[in-house]
Write a protein that binds this ligand. Sequence first.
Ligand code: UD1
Length: 437
Amino acid sequence: MEVYRLIGPASLRGDVDVRGAKNSVLKLMAASLLAVGRTTITNVPAILDVRIMVELLSRLGCTVDYDPEGGVVSIDVPAEVGIQADYELVRAMRASISVLGPLTARMRAAQVALPGGDAIGSRGLDMHQAGLEALGATVHLEHGYFVATAADGLHGTEIALDFPSVGATENLVMAATLARGRTVISNAAKEPEIVDICTMLVEMGADITGIGTGLITVTGVERLSPVTHRTVGDRIVAGTYAFGSALSGGDVTIRGVGLELLPNVAIKLRDSGATVDDLGEIPLSDGTTGRGFRVIGARRPQPIRVATMPFPGFPTDLQPFVIGLNAIADGVGLLSENLFEARWRFVQEVARLGAKVSIDGNHALVTGVEELSGAEVEASDIRAGAGLVLAGLRANGVTEVSGIDHIERGYENFVANLRNLGAPIEQVSRAEGLTFG
Ligand code: UD1
């Protein structure tokens, strides 16, 4: 079994480049299905989830060229594409459901496996279904698959989302681009990744207004054309290194993501005693320029109070890092989770490092301790895994994190980047299983 092994305490110092957002690029790839021809996406991170999406699009009949090093995915979409997203792929990556909207719009039919449970609480698809039905599709569940059909094509409508769901907003905007007439989506999600996808759709010829607001209007067009599009930077990966600096008393410059994508996060980092400087437009290692910022952590952080909220609120995906920072802060901190239920498996693991966390419903009360102590821990999802690595930086002695596949789904070169920042971390093989007798 492969694990990450690190020796603490250590602080992060130096520069790190962050490429495109996982949560955007996967949907940009799905959106390519809306146009016949070759769509090229740049600033693509070298992560496992992109490989899964490459496989899914290939199985649908697209010819996909992926250059992980160069960060480019090029997708050649034929006139006729398949309509089925297999359980194997949807189970491996829930974001596979983002082909539902594009396939229903373009092929007038889609069969997408139901994801089932995952490690971060129940995540319904009712708004995806109700929205597609309002757009004129028939949607039912058959043999574990969502089966959507729209024999006469989709038509514009008014959709009021119960909650600003990221996935539902994306699927419904993509579906509406090729519907007849005007669709108005209220209570839409405003995340930077939604803005990125809408921007690419407009470049493809879609008519969308209200991008980045809670009221998105899409007027359907006959057809869309393939484009070349650069993925927005990954604010969650950037936030991970920012918290890494804040909780380790470090000094890290993050390149490729601007603070405008992390408004609430910058405030909370400053509350912890960190200095956060906006560096504006700076050179990136790929020869382009992008925004950047620098985080200098306090010697020992002050505890912070955070409630996760839809954008521009504090992102739920950075929740484990808040708990990690509060775990070694000088006082009592609080994290309230408002987006997902039961995202607490991380808490059980970080407790193995000596963190004092008590859970009450959706609240995690964290009493900071002066020192954590290294231990064997297991990642339950992408962010929990990265959170355990960062907490391990503040733990005395050796921490071994297993379940690293989860981390590799969302972080490119995580070990190499942390090593560049001075962390004594390596990937090692650990003997597996118990032997008796
Ligand atoms: C996306 C991100 C994820 C992030 C989340 C919230 C991707 C691949 N994942 O997930 O990293 O944590 O946004 O910022 O982009 N819900 C329903 N019914 C629905 C849809 C959602 O009840 O039809 C509920 C979910 O159960 C959850 C909440 O709404 O409690 C938020 O879900 P949503 O915003 O849709 O998140 P995802 O798109 O799944």
